[in-house]
Design a protein around this ligand. Sequence first.
Ligand SMILES: [Zn+2]
Length: 250
Amino acid sequence: MFLYRHQGVGLQVAFTDRHGGVSDGPWDSLNLGYGNGDDHTRVDTNHEMVVRGFGADPARLVRMSQVHGNDVVVTDGPVTPFPVADGLVTSAADVTLLVRAGDCVPVVLADVAAGVVGVAHAGRAGVVCAVVASTVRTMRRLGAGSIVGWLGPRVCGDCYEVPTRLRAQVAAAVPATWSQTSWGTSAVDVAAGVRAQLEELAVEVVDIADSLGAAVTCTVENDDLFSHRRQGSRSGRLGGLVRLTGHTAP
Ligand SMILES: [Zn+2]
């Protein structure tokens, strides 16, 4: 169920893999996405299973409808219908924020001391429009200071092939994204761009690729993950989750 977990005092962070849910076919089995052809009842069940596995209350799960933009919503509980946004921020304890991705970078942000957490969805468009910077600024307005940012599973810079002109456009906005594939063609490294944007804002970056290995955290290379690029439009979606656990140390 979980590719990565971090349990600190007052904080839980996790990124999912594709196992342990109830979907089948190309969504086998822990698909968290609604817009990819999977049965919504099964996706609902997958969300409930993930949040329970995360040790949290499914009734306190906050989701968003992601559109590759940079709008950020501050919330203290679930909103229906899901707000259209690519960043969520809360200072409420025991609220679980969920970001979904299937090649884009799911980002989790936290300042436990200030009691502010957030998530962001950063793909190629999201890195250009600086959605993570918008999310960090929103957290700071709520009192966050020393923020840690986790970068989750995504297509790596060795695998994300794009036309040369597109690489140039993205790198013009965020130079750190410039990359080439392992077979020598032009590529974009979205995670490198997100890392640069976070470091520019003095956010301490924890990239799960550094501890797990780039091949394990690359959605194209690791069959235990979902990938739009590897599987096509009927692929599943992975999740990044964060929760302030209030007064209770794990
Ligand atoms: Zn890769």
